[in-house]
Design a protein around this ligand. Structure first.
Ligand code: 6R9
Length: 630
């Protein structure tokens, strides 16, 4: 299917949902946004799955295509709103038959396939708390999330179960049911097959009354220290998913929408499932990994109207060059391309304009915010490199930080809000519908995210940004040590913990180094226990490092494991014993260590000697580019 229409004409026929930013901001009211949703019949409350599916069926749009699933090996399958509503209802009824109660956690570890949508939306109908987990994680991060969530149910594939969960099943006493995709013939021991479960469950599931404050989604995210944090979102978050999908992604009736994010991450849930489905559009879902020629074919053949992707993917397309087949195809439908997850450099915005015929519009948000908070709207001039301006209904502030990046507090414990053009930590005035309501089992960590100022309570994002005179926001840096690699947030502690589990590793420090495509790569420095090196490898640290690398990849998965591991005699630490990851990074990059030595007078140990290095399995005498791709 090739389109010959003039691109600008086709696009111009669709007026933006947000025409005038200032006017929309002034007029906005969350009550009006709430009124865009249907609500459960008979005033029974607000349920995400109802808004995403059954609402459309009830209003006569059940025949509309909800999902267009593109198979890894080719082939495409369309599923209507009515079919997805029925299948997810059957899944909810199946959970009921298994005596899975409202409020229990259902973890979904699954590729981008139909079953994932059935399970996520079905579990929401049952009023379970859905926790999507990235299927490329290794056994360790998956087990950690199953444990921390006390999941009652896991939905996965037989293959993922065998490779990543089976051996850890004994550590998961709360896990009562593992449901695997497919039929009984391929279901491993100790699991239930999804297909017979759906076939045996009754159709016509009726969603029980659901409060907007009932927990609905659990997304694990990473901090600098400690275990991953489980951010809990409620059913009422759908108000924000919906209105931001309209105002920022500019979704209109009949649109074909492609969100490239994996549903194992928050973008893949908020905008790869919920927001677009509540708008009644057709979602393109590609099972395969990124491939430039495939992606250009999808944009053209599927007549994608709105595309939501990430800087790491855009950089990959840019790197692949302009000879890739399909880049020059006409895309008369493509009306808007948006980006999220990392800083979007001006050259990426301009590359879109030159080669796709339209610039990328950057958006900013986090797992904790649940939905887009800052954006370059379709109708607003883009300032390349800027994240844009706050959403209508969202008030931002910049909070003063000192030279070390710590928040400045008044004696009364308030933070200090900066006026006008300034740089500080980005804060959001509470509340808004998709604001996270807790970190599961960690009330202190939750409380630490908020601070009072100017008669309000502010959520502190942890991102340092600059605001220009016109209110556009520009990303500066994270205030903490978390690593964004290929758009995925990785906590250094989770990696360090696995490294030190290796018998030869006494200590480990994990940090980010910049990478032109992935944005950042995970690197590690380890201190080896000399006697173990002697015993295991006759004194050859290279051989031990190879085994540390293999250990990391086996337990963490290749997307989380360090790309490079160096050996040092010791790690730089603060007086209180915290690893100075920023120093490790500065050392590797040959950058000045900065003011840290004055901050921690006499406490920064220098002089760590590199005695070996290993990169993704190969031992190198120095730092060598692997060219390996995520
Ligand atoms: C949605 C998502 C959140 C962190 C956030 C920030 C970084 C997101 C960005 C951006 C620069 C943007 N981030 N959008 N940095 N420009 N437009 O990514 O959620 O995985 O929780 O990550 O990602 O550092 O704090 P999450």
């Amino acid at each position: 299917m090739h389109h010959t229409t003039d691109q600008t004409v086709a696009r111009a026929t669709v007026a933006p949902n947000l025409v005038d930013y200032e006017a929309a901001r002034t007029a906005f009211d969350w009550a009006d946004a709430r009124a865009l949703l249907a609500g459960l019949p008979d005033g029974a409350g607000c349920n995400i799955a109802w808004e995403a599916l059954d609402r459309h069926v009830a209003e006569g749009r059940g025949g509309q295509v909800a999902l267009r699933l593109l198979g890894r090996a080719g082939g495409r399958r369309e599923v209507t709103y009515a079919e997805l509503a029925e299948q997810s209802g059957r899944f909810a009824a199946g959970l009921e038959q298994l005596q899975v109660a409202a409020g229990e956690v259902v973890v979904v570890v699954c590729g981008r396939q139909l079953d994932l949508f059935v399970a996520v939306l079905g579990a929401l109908k049952r009023r379970c708390v859905v926790c999507p987990v990235f299927s490329a994680f290794g056994p360790e991060p998956i087990a950690t999330r199953l444990q921390l969530s006390s999941a009652a149910v896991l939905v996965t594939t037989p293959d993922l179960y065998r490779r990543k969960v089976a051996e850890r099943r004994g550590d998961l006493p709360a896990l009562r049911h593992v449901i695997v995709t497919g039929d009984a013939a391929t279901a491993p021991d100790g699991t239930l097959a999804l297909d017979p479960l759906l076939a045996g469950a009754p159709a016509g599931y009726r969603i029980a009354p659901t409060s907007a404050d009932d927990p609905a989604l659990l997304h694990f995210t990473s901090g600098t220290t400690g275990t991953p944090k489980g951010a809990v979102h409620v059913h009422g978050a759908v108000v924000a998913h919906h209105v931001t999908a309209r105002l920022v992604l500019d979704l209109h009736d009949g649109d074909v929408v492609w969100c490239t994010a994996d549903p194992g991450w928050v973008t893949g849930t908020s905008y790869g499932i919920i927001g677009p489905l509540t708008c009644g559009v057709t979602l393109v879902v590609d099972e395969a990994e990124i491939d430039p020629a495939r992606w250009y074919a999808i944009l053209a053949d599927e007549a994608v109207d709105v595309w939501y992707t990430a800087p790491t993917a855009i950089r990959m397309l840019m790197r692949a060059g302009t000879d890739v087949p399909g880049l020059d195809r006409p895309r008369p439908h493509l009306r808007l391309a948006c980006s999220v997850g990392e800083p979007l450099a001006p050259d990426a915005v301009e590359w879109g304009e030159r080669h796709l015929g339209l610039p990328f519009h950057d958006t900013w948000w986090q797992t904790e915010t649940g939905g887009i908070m800052v954006a370059n709207f379709r109708s607003m001039p883009i300032r390349p490199g800027s994240m844009g301006r706050p959403l209508p209904g969202i008030e931002v502030a910049l909070v003063a930080c000192d030279d070390e990046g710590d928040l400045v507090r008044t004696p009364a414990g308030e933070v200090v809000l900066l006026d006008g053009a300034a740089q500080g930590m980005l804060a959001l005035r509470t509340p808004w519908p998709s604001m996270f309501r807790s970190y599961l089992g960690a009330p202190d960590r939750y409380a630490a995210c908020f601070a009072p100022a100017a008669g309000a309570t502010w959520y502190l994002s942890g991102d340092v940004v600059r605001r220009d005179r016109d209110g556009y926001l520009w990303f500066v840096a994270r205030a903490d040590d978390v690593i964004k690699t290929s758009g995925h947030l990785i906590g250094p502690f989770e990696v360090e913990r696995v490294l030190v589990e290796h018998e030869a590793v006494a200590e480990a420090g994990v940090y980010a180094v910049p990478d032109p495509v992935a944005g950042a790569l995970v690197h590690a420095v380890v201190v080896l226990t000399t006697d173990t090196v002697e015993r295991l490898a006759g004194g050859d640290p290279g051989e031990v490092l190879r085994s540390v690398m293999a250990h990391a990849r086996r337990h963490l998965g290749a997307s989380v494991a360090p790309r490079q591991i160096l050996v040092a005699d010791d790690l730089p630490k603060t007086r209180s014993g915290k690893i100075l990851r920023r120093v490790l990074r500065a050392r590797e990059l040959g950058l000045p260590v900065g003011d840290l030595s004055t901050l921690e007078t006499g406490a920064v140990q220098t002089g760590a000697v590199q005695t070996g290095a290993v990169q993704s399995g190969a031992v190198q005498s120095g730092a060598v580019e692997t060219g390996a791709r995520p």
